[in-house]
Design a protein around this ligand. Structure first.
Ligand code: FES
Length: 198
């Protein structure tokens, strides 16, 4: 076969293949977007996210997502809340004066309702995701006096059960509290508060 004819034919086939792929990809994307639930579409767009905490027991944590970031919700026990009041000397910013949270969360429990903590699960050092370690003392593997909290495995930052950072670790500030409000006793809207949508 003539080389020029062969080259032309190959170019033509390449264009057809690319066009078919592009059309196929677009067609495939629409059913995917349509198949998302309303709340999934809201998440993808960064809209506020409603989170049901009706099954969250004291001492437990659930993980959700808002704007592509992990959102943690912890229902703290009375013992956990009591322990928070004893840690100030160990913390880098116990009053959350240098940290990022709405005004209603600038208190020792860093939340609207003392029992329920809402927080972004991203380390304020370099953005790793800390892990929860609610065990107390030796059982935690973090020392005999560990009162329960969060540990970042990347460079060793530690946070208490309000997300307040300990002294002498790489993370400079407490974990971020996003804007949120309660829609009722068991439904939290993350991404919006009385000041409007974040
Ligand atoms: S990213 Fe968490 S300690 Fe460095």
């Amino acid at each position: 076969m003539d080389d020029r004819v062969d080259t032309k034919r190959r170019r033509f086939l390449t264009k057809v293949t690319v066009a078919a792929w592009a059309v196929g990809g677009t067609v495939a994307a629409f059913p995917f977007i349509r198949s998302m639930t309303p709340s999934e579409r809201a998440r993808a767009a960064g809209a506020p996210v409603a989170i049901d905490i009706s099954r969250l027991e004291p001492g437990q944590m659930i993980k959700e997502e808002w704007r592509g970031k992990p959102v943690w919700i912890v229902r703290r026990t009375t013992e956990m809340l009591d322990k928070l009041m004893t840690l100030d000397d160990l913390l880098a910013d116990p009053g959350s004066e240098r940290s990022d949270q709405p005004a209603y969360a600038q208190n020792p429990h860093r939340s609207r309702m003392p029992e329920v903590l809402v927080m972004i699960g991203v380390c304020t050092h370099l953005g790793c995701s800390p892990v929860q370690n609610f065990a107390i003392g030796p059982a935690s593997g973090l020392g005999d006096d560990w009162p329960g909290g969060f540990f970042c495995p990347c460079h060793g930052s530690k946070f208490d059960l309000s997300g307040r950072v300990y002294k002498n670790v790489p993370a400079p500030t407490n974990l971020v509290v996003p804007p949120y409000k309660f829609l009722n006793d068991t439904l939290i809207l993350v991404g919006e508060d009385d000041g409007g949508t974040a």
